[in-house]
Write a protein that binds this ligand. Structure first.
Ligand SMILES: C[S@@+](CC[C@H](N)C(=O)[O-])C[C@H]1O[C@@H](n2cnc3c(N)ncnc32)[C@H](O)[C@@H]1O
Length: 245
C-alpha cells in the first residue's frame, strides 16, 4: 500500500473526506473553544497561541469570541483550508514545526496544546514547556490535555462518501505508547495509508500517553502552578491549566 505524508494525508483524507462528512465538526470545535474560554479566564482582546491547531476551527471560534489568535501547525495544506474558513479574517495561521518555532519573550496571555501532547519526542516536548513559559506574559496561562489510556487493540472501518476508512490501533501500557494506523480506500483510486516518521519509522501515528502526575511535574518544572480541570470529553482525558509563576 502507498503511504502519504502527514500533510498529504490530512489534506486528502481527514479534511476532505472525514471532516466534510461530520455534521458535529463545527459544534465539537465550539465546545473545545468554550472549554478554553472557561478555563483560561481571559479578558476580551487577549492573545492566545494555539500549538498544533489542526483544522483551525477552535481558533476561528475563539476569534469570533473576541480573542487574538496565532494558530500553528506543521500541516500547511490544512492551514490553507482553515484560512479560507476564517470568517473573522483575524486568525494568524502559521505553518511551522512547534519543535523549532520561536517567539519573543512575553508575547502571549495564553498558550493551548490540545490533543497534541505526546506526538513529539518526550525531551523535545518537555523543552517546549520551558519555551512556552518564556513566551507567556507574567500570570499567563498554559492549557493542555492528554488521553489517559487506550484499548490494547482496536480496529474499525467506516464508509464515507468518497471511500472506506480503516483504523487499527494498539496501546502498550508498559511504555504508554499508542500506535494508530489509518488507511483510506477511495471509491475510485488506490488505497493509501499514512507515514509519519516524527516519532518512529513505522506507518501511522504514535503518541505517548502521559500519566497525569508526569505531565503535572513537567509543567511545574517549567515554572507553572498547575491545576487539573474537567475535560470536555468527560471520560478518559484530563485537562491541566498552568499559571506562569
Ligand atoms: C490531533 S490534532 C489536534 C488538533 C486540534 N488541536 C484539536 O484539538 O482539534 C494534532 C495536530 O498537531 C499537529 N502537530 C503534531 N506535531 C506537530 C509539530 N511538531 N509541529 C506542528 N504541528 C504538529 C498535527 O499536524 C495535527 O494537526
Amino acid at each position: 500500500m502507498d503511504h502519504k505524508s502527514f500533510d498529504e494525508f490530512w489534506a486528502e483524507f481527514l479534511q476532505v473526506t472525514f471532516h466534510a462528512d461530520n455534521p458535529d465538526l463545527w459544534p465539537s470545535r465550539q465546545r473545545k473553544a468554550i472549554w478554553c474560554q472557561e478555563h483560561l479566564n481571559l479578558t476580551q482582546g487577549a492573545s492566545i497561541l494555539d500549538l498544533g491547531c489542526g483544522d483551525g476551527l477552535i481558533d476561528i471560534w475563539l476569534s469570533r469570541m473576541g480573542f487574538r489568535l496565532t494558530a500553528v501547525d506543521r500541516s500547511r495544506s490544512v492551514l490553507e483550508l482553515a484560512k479560507a474558513k476564517d470568517d473573522t479574517g483575524k486568525v494568524y495561521f502559521l505553518p511551522a514545526d512547534i519543535r523549532q518555532i520561536q517567539f519573543e519573550k512575553a508575547s502571549f496571555d495564553a498558550v493551548m496544546v490540545l490533543e497534541t501532547s505526546g506526538l513529539m519526542d518526550k525531551n523535545e516536548e518537555l523543552m517546549l514547556f520551558n519555551r512556552i513559559n518564556d513566551w507567556l506574559l507574567p500570570g499567563g496561562k498554559f492549557i493542555i490535555d492528554c488521553c489517559e489510556s487506550a484499548e490494547t487493540f482496536n480496529s474499525w472501518k467506516k464508509m464515507f462518501r468518497d471511500g472506506e476508512v480503516s483504523c487499527r490501533s494498539s496501546f502498550d501500557s508498559i511504555v504508554r505508547m499508542q500506535h494508530i494506523d489509518f488507511s483510506f480506500a477511495p471509491t475510485s483510486g488506490t488505497a493509501f495509508g499514512l507515514f509519519d516518521p516524527i516519532r518512529d519509522d513505522s506507518p501511522g501515528i504514535s503518541r505517548y500517553l502521559y500519566p497525569k502526575e508526569e505531565l503535572c511535574a513537567a509543567m511545574k518544572n517549567a515554572g507553572f502552578n498547575v491545576q487539573q480541570v474537567p475535560h470536555y470529553y468527560k471520560n478518559n482525558y484530563y485537562g491541566l491549566v498552568g499559571t506562569k509563576v
